[in-house]
Structures are given as structure tokens and as C-alpha cells.
Design a binder for this molecule. Structure first.
Ligand SMILES: *Cc1c(COP(=O)(O)O)cnc(C)c1O
Length: 229
């Protein structure tokens, strides 16, 4: 069996190779290691192997692990309930899953109380799958506008998307492409609280296609730690 360190090195090499293949710079794509269901030894092993960014999809897992893991940047990548914002607002560097004004307003309120600015991404459900959170491509512009009009402590740093599962990742290329187009459109907007830097797309089974289509942040779990039980 491959070790966590070997898997990380393989993915780092591969993500740079894919980026270069499509004319992008190596090192341009950030690897966020997804550690849901993994224990602190496994997470610390990843950090010892140079990982700086950790992703969790549940608030409770961040709270359980936060003090047991070496200092690192935490990303909340899963659905966030409004009433749980207060528990993680001082712990996470980037919230990937903002998909309503109500949630954004709560993040804004809690960040304001701490006197900090919170970086967020808007979650876009390009394929409009019922089973997934996120807003449609059409709803993205209006939500961004509402956030900029009502929030003072939020910086919108980009978009996140989870593609449908497909045996053949070629079948979902179109969704990555749609979200990249949206990302490019908003990157042109000049606003002090909108500063697009992250396009968070791609997981273990589809990150290569996502990078080919312009992702610069991939969220990878099982390809590093093995399948989740
Ligand atoms: C679990 C999860 C991932 C990682 O999935 P893998 O297939 O294990 O790489 C990425 N993004 C989100 C939002 C997740 O919940």
C-alpha cells in the first residue's frame, strides 16, 4: 500500500503536469487535503508532508480536530447551517459553501463581532442536482450583488462547485466549463469586497478534468487516504 506521503507527492506532481499540459504554470493549483472521517494522526502525517490547507465538510469535525492538529489553514467545504457559523468563524480561513444571503449575513455579523474579514466562495450547483447544495448559474449574479450590498466583513474570493459523479469525467467537463466562464465574468468586476482568486473544483476522481477547465483549487481526500468506510 502507498503511504499518505507518496500519495500526496503523486497528486502534487500530477496536478502540476496537467496544469502545464494546458499552458498553465506549475504550482498554480492549490491542493486542499480533505480529511473528513480521518483522525489527527493521519492529518498530521499529511501536514508533515508539506500540506498547508485542510478541508472538512462538517463543523463538528473541525471542532473535534482543531486543537489536535498542527497549525494549518482550515477550509469549510460542506454545507454550513446558519446556527453553526459562530463555532467556526474564528477557525477557518475560507468558507467554500455560501449559497444564500441568510448565511452570508450571519457570517458577516459574526465576523464583524470579531473585527475580522471572512473570505468566502459562492457554491454553484451548475448541474442543478437536487441532491446537492449550491445555487444555479443564473442565481449567482444576484446573490453576489446582494452580498456586496449588505455585508461589510465578507470578501468574496471566488466560486466552488461539486460536479455530479460520473464514471467518465469527460461527461462532466461541461459543468466545470460553465463555472469557469462565470468565474471569468466576475473576475472583471472591480469592488473592494470582491476579489476573485479561487476557483474550487475537482476531487479525487475528477480533478484532472477540472484543472484542464481552469480550476486552481482542488479538494482531494480518498486519493490520499484511501476509500472512506
Ligand atoms: C468529501 C469531499 C471532497 C473530497 O472527495 P474525494 O472523492 O474523497 O476526493 C471534496 N469536496 C467536498 C465538498 C467533499 O465533501
Amino acid at each position: 500500500m502507498q503511504t499518505i506521503g507518496q500519495n500526496i507527492r503523486n497528486i502534487e506532481k500530477n496536478k502540476d503536469a496537467v496544469a502545464m499540459k494546458v499552458g498553465r504554470k506549475p504550482g498554480e493549483v492549490l491542493l486542499v487535503v480533505v480529511t473528513k472521517t480521518r483522525n489527527e494522526e493521519e492529518i498530521n502525517r499529511a501536514i508533515e508532508n508539506g500540506i498547508t490547507d485542510i478541508g472538512e465538510n462538517r463543523v463538528q469535525e473541525i471542532l473535534d480536530k482543531f486543537d489536535k492538529v498542527k497549525p494549518v489553514r482550515w477550509h469549510l467545504i460542506g454545507h454550513l447551517q446558519t446556527n453553526k457559523v459562530k463555532y467556526i468563524i474564528d477557525k477557518v480561513s475560507l468558507i467554500h459553501s455560501v449559497d444564500s444571503l441568510k448565511l452570508a449575513n450571519e457570517i458577516d455579523k459574526r465576523a464583524g463581532q470579531l473585527g475580522k474579514e471572512m473570505d468566502i466562495l459562492i457554491q454553484v450547483n451548475a448541474a442543478e442536482e437536487e441532491s446537492k447544495f449550491g445555487i444555479t448559474v443564473e442565481e449567482t449574479g444576484p446573490l453576489i450583488k446582494d452580498i456586496l450590498n449588505t455585508c461589510k466583513y465578507i470578501r468574496i474570493k471566488g466560486l466552488m462547485s461539486i460536479a455530479p459523479f460520473a464514471e467518465n469525467p469527460e461527461d462532466i467537463r461541461i459543468y466545470f466549463r460553465q463555472v469557469k466562464k462565470l468565474y471569468d465574468d466576475f473576475s472583471l468586476i472591480n469592488h473592494e469586497r470582491l476579489d476573485f482568486q479561487y476557483l474550487s473544483m475537482g476531487m479525487s476522481h475528477d480533478y484532472e478534468v477540472a484543472i484542464e477547465e481552469g480550476s486552481n483549487l482542488i479538494r482531494v481526500g480518498s486519493a490520499i487516504f484511501g476509500p472512506r468506510s
